[in-house]
Design a protein around this ligand. Structure first.
Ligand SMILES: Cc1ncc(COP(=O)(O)O)c(C=O)c1O
Length: 411
């Protein structure tokens, strides 16, 4: 089936399905997977599950190449769930406290079901937890001792940069220098049930910020300059911390860095970084459209049904208000994807149960016609739908559960 008219392509592929629904174009998803492997050159890739949130597609990525060697999870419950699904080599990239003690009362029961991280570790599954302060370490030591298990951990390194009057980066870890990392390493050494396996430094201000945001030329020009000036600091800091830890005797098995938006610059640190994280590039959501060094193909979207026509060129759809996290602004709204030229109304945006769309183009829209939108971010789309409809070569080939469809919400 021809893709010349992409609106008609998806409309025909999804014909007869009740809307709204979320879908993934597998041909484009696979093309993005290949493009990501090419961008990362020889560097192994850690797949950010928060940007996928669907076990079936996570496994499709992992099966595409042995270079997809690990998973970056966003909660401990999620990591244990993924272990029950047969996944291994999981890094929980954000510190957890009470989750360590929590029992998974609703973990799916199957032949390989773990109820806790300790069951998974005892069965030789690799699940590593993130630490950035003594309290994180002592919490893990307490539970590790109680369960007679050594918990492998990773130190989260702050990669933000500061310029006079401007903090450029995210607020996560307080560990910035070799000395601070060494102090935490000494604390880990004093804990027999905690073991340091790696270091992670996510340069969010480079990986997660577009180079040329629409309608923000001046701001984008400033951001591009800041990114350029930030890069040498990121490299120097990551190298200094890893050197300090190695010289002090830490046996680091991995050094993780980057994200979809920074693959090219992160892999240049091949003497230090051993794996690059990638998540959003597989679905390629709206916020990843405007980077200078790459462009992945939009592969995930959702279809809304036109149910009303309040004016000749206004088509009101059912559903649609799926707003992305982050600083509230118009870039967090979903974007109308197809038909081309359709737009949200500035005073209404995407609504809680209805989304009016303005359209004056060549497609003949009528009650019952679909309008296709893209979420601003990647995995958050899956928090709105129980399933993803998979399309390939112009037809539906499968429909698989999201985490939400598995009955699971992790954060
Ligand atoms: C720790 C960490 N690494 C990497 C990433 C990059 O993920 P993505 O490729 O989806 O942008 C993120 C995103 O927030 C992150 O928090």
């Amino acid at each position: 089936m021809s893709r010349d008219n992409l609106y008609a392509y998806y409309r025909e592929a999804l014909q007869g399905r009740p809307l709204p629904l979320a879908f993934v174009d597998l041909d484009r998803f696979d093309a993005n997977t290949k493009a990501i492997l090419a961008r990362a050159q020889e560097t192994p890739i850690c797949v950010a599950s928060k940007s996928i949130r669907c076990v079936g597609l996570l496994k499709r990525i992992l099966g595409a190449s042995p270079r997809f060697q690990s998973i970056m999870a966003y909660s401990l419950r999620e990591a244990v769930f993924l272990a029950t699904q047969g996944c291994d080599n999981i890094l929980v990239a954000y510190p957890v406290l009470s989750e360590v003690a929590a029992r998974l009362s609703h973990a799916p029961q199957d032949a390989f079901s773990f109820r806790t991280i300790f069951d998974a570790l005892r069965a030789n599954r690799t699940i590593r937890l993130m630490v950035d302060c003594e309290a994180h370490v002592s919490n893990l030591e307490e539970y590790g001792a109680r369960e007679s298990v050594v918990v492998p951990v990773c130190i989260d390194l702050d990669m933000s940069t500061s310029f006079p009057g401007l903090y450029f980066g995210v607020r996560r870890s307080p560990v910035r220098t070799g000395e601070q990392a060494l102090a935490l390493w000494r604390c880990i050494q004093e804990c027999p049930h905690v073991r340091l396996d790696g270091v992670m430094g996510y340069e969010a201000q480079i990986a997660g910020v577009q180079d040329s945001a629409p309608r923000a030329r001046l701001k984008s020009a400033i951001i591009r300059r800041l990114k350029k000036r930030s890069l040498p600091q990121v490299r120097a800091r990551r190298a200094a911390v890893v050197k300090a830890l190695r010289e002090a005797g830490a046996r680091l098995q991995f050094v993780n860095g980057g994200g979809t938006g920074s693959i090219e610059s992160t892999i240049e640190e091949h003497n230090v970084v051993t794996e690059v994280t990638v998540g959003s590039g597989f679905y390629a959501p709206g916020l990843f459209d405007h980077y200078a060094r790459f462009r992945h193909q939009p592969a995930a979207g959702f279809a809304l049904e036109i149910t009303r026509r309040p004016a000749p060129n206004v088509f009101t759809c059912h559903g649609g208000g799926y707003i992305a996290s982050g600083p509230a602004g118009s870039d967090r709204l979903p974007s109308i994807w197809l038909p081309e030229g359709a737009a949200l109304l500035p005073l209404e945006g995407a609504g809680e149960v209805q989304t009016p769309v303005h359209y004056e183009g060549p497609e003949k829209l009528e009650l019952g016609s679909p309008v296709f939108l893209r979420h601003a971010k990647a995995g958050e789309l899956c928090e709105r739908f129980n399933t993803l409809v998979l399309i390939s070569e112009g037809r539906i080939v499968d429909e698989i559960p999201t985490y939400r469809g598995n009955g699971l919400a992790f954060v």
